[in-house]
Design a protein around this ligand. Sequence first.
Ligand code: C5P
Length: 249
Amino acid sequence: MSLTGTAEGVSAKEKLIVALDVATAGEARRLFDALRDSAGMFKVGSQLFTSAGPEFVREIVGAGARVFLDLKFHDIPNTVAAASREAVRLGVSLFDVHAAGGGEMMRRAAEATADEAARLGVNKPGLIAVTVLTSVDAGALAETGVEAGSVEAQVRRLARLADASGCDGVVASPHEIAPVRDSVARAGFLVVTPGVRPAAAAHDDQKRVMSPAGAIRAGADFIVVGRAILNSPDPARAASEVVREMEEA
Ligand code: C5P
């Protein structure tokens, strides 16, 4: 599967990214072993990366895992470009930056990613940009001084900027998939969607959630699920249930 091509025709399992949001490499390894046949990709975010570091990423990439490195880089363009090169060297399949870091930052990240992948002769990982966090609503945006009018307006603006700056796609809540598709018509533009909750699960701190089937129907290429799987007494079964719900779509 090419990440930067269209994800159509890809199985539901390949579209499920499990967020390994746990504290230690030991816990993450247990989850990876239990879930490796039930999901297409594993997300390493700031908690696990801070505790277990790049060694854990290398370990599971070495074991054949596809990894989404979710560190949401947001810094000066030079630093983000350098960090992007390191993401390529780690062998991840997907990584992200905050679109709010601006066009130049994203452009430099995209150039560095392509350049480093070519230099090493490896597949270029997908570079995606976070538009507005799924835990953020209009009130929280306004608190930070972003008077976009609505979350949707801000998502549209940042999705267009990400596309124009050479990113391969965006991270967006399931409710913003349609506006993103409407704002960026490019075929193959990836939409990765957290804030997905199976029918029976709790919403936790996510403010804009949808079911797995709803997110796929809305046009998500990948869905990210963390707590609804990790907190289940039987994570493999919970993951299979999410895949089954995706297949319904
Ligand atoms: O537990 P839950 O399914 O809510 O986890 C969602 C995951 O997706 C978390 O790791 C969170 O950091 C991540 N994420 C998000 N919203 C974004 C980008 C990433 O929730 N916009």
